[in-house]
Design a binder for this molecule. Structure first.
Ligand SMILES: NC(=O)c1ccc[n+]([C@@H]2O[C@H](COP(=O)([O-])OP(=O)(O)OC[C@H]3O[C@@H](n4cnc5c(N)ncnc54)[C@H](O)[C@@H]3O)[C@@H](O)[C@H]2O)c1
Length: 335
């Protein structure tokens, strides 16, 4: 579904992190709804290199882009020469910046700050030179365990990932003061949906529980999961927010959630209903206590007012829509 009137004919759009979950969904949104726009993807893709927690350093995967016909560049946003080439060879109208160390449990503070914050500054400078609108991915991780509902201005990150995203927001505010381009930071809450499979163990629990259930295993939840609540948001509403952020009433930092917290237990219950199972759950101790969010719920009042964003999916509807893809992935990738 198209979210703006403009057909974006001959507009040049850069999507960093376009081989990842959210970036690839954005790429297909443009291909399907604005076929005359020119979309360029920049992503480092996966190399097999891992972080100290054992997870991949980057999750970009070609399979997320099967069927995408635009231009694809494999490269590192930390590579200043590459950014200079982009500056000289293109003239972007919009930059969607999704590339990041997206693993919230990564411990490498040096790499996190360099990739998430310092490279973002270079991309902001590129946006200013091209007079492009910047729409970038911030995160609900900026809030840590700040009181619910989370509001912009009351942040308390409790890991370096959240810190890096909050620092991006502070930097953006400085640019908003001194530059005339439109800059919108979107604080995504917990996103789930198609093309997240290649995030491996950092993919949403919707997908992970779905695959546990399809394998006939008892879903494994942290103890007290009926009281661990998050604002889980479906990918289609994330796309809506990004596209509406192309024409904001005002530059700024906006929450992107549903405005309703749901529990991890709810996810399992809905999945079991959709998959026709009644497996008993297994409860395990939570190893992340101290850097874990126990209750998130986005206050989306300004997002609605200034971006005209309205979440459209209840979790029941979103999981119902997602289940055939969860099954396909299980058959084609997991088994
Ligand atoms: N998925 C969520 O729930 C969620 C929530 C809040 C914020 N975010 C943010 O949204 C953005 C997209 O997240 P995602 O879920 O699609 O994650 P993802 O890991 O699937 O996508 C990020 C992409 O960036 C690429 N990348 C990493 N380092 C790079 C580098 N140095 N140069 C170029 N490309 C690089 C990766 O290969 C990957 O394809 C990220 O900035 C993430 O921090 C995601």
């Amino acid at each position: 579904m198209r979210y703006i009137e403009d057909d974006l004919k001959n507009k040049a759009i850069l999507i960093t992190g376009g081989a990842g979950f959210i970036g690839s969904n954005l790429a297909f949104y443009f291909q399907e709804n604005h076929p005359d726009a020119k979309v360029v993807i920049l992503d480092i893709f996966r190399s097999g290199e891992t972080l100290s927690n054992g997870n991949l350093k980057s999750f970009g995967h070609f399979k997320n882009l099967l069927g995408f016909t635009g231009e694809i560049i494999s490269g590192d946003i930390n590579d200043k020469d590459l950014l200079l080439r982009l500056e000289n060879q293109y003239n972007f109208d919009y930059i969607f910046h999704e590339a990041a160390i997206s693993d919230t449990t990564a411990l490498e503070q040096d790499l996190m700050i360099k990739t998430n914050l310092n490279a973002y500054k270079d991309l902001l400078d590129l946006a200013v030179k091209h007079n492009a609108n910047m729409i970038y991915a911030s995160s609900a991780a900026t809030y840590g365990n700040a009181e619910s509902p989370q509001r912009v201005g009351r942040e308390a990150p409790n890991n370096v990932y959240g810190f890096s995203k909050l620092s991006m927001d502070y930097l953006s505010r400085e640019y908003m003061k001194k530059c005339s381009i439109s800059i919108v930071g979107l604080r995504y809450f917990n996103v789930y949906g198609a093309r997240e499979y290649f995030k491996n163990s950092t993919a949403s629990m919707v997908l992970q529980f779905g695959h546990q259930i399809l394998a006939g295993k008892n879903p494994r939840l942290f103890e007290g999961s009926d009281k661990i609540l998050r604002d889980f948001i479906y990918i289609e509403d994330i796309i809506q927010a990004n596209i509406k952020a192309m024409q904001p009433k005002k530059s700024g930092i906006y929450n992107v959630g549903t405005g309703k917290a749901r529990s991890f237990q709810d996810i399992v219950n809905i999945l079991q209903k959709e998959l026709g199972t009644s497996l008993s759950c297994e409860y395990i101790p939570n190893p992340f206590i101290g850097s874990y969010q126990f209750h998130t719920e986005a206050n989306i009042a300004t997002t609605t007012e200034l971006l005209n964003y309205k979440p459209t999916y209840e979790m029941e509807d979103a999981i119902k829509e997602y289940v055939p893809e969860i099954r396909r992935l299980y058959e084609e990738e997991v088994k």
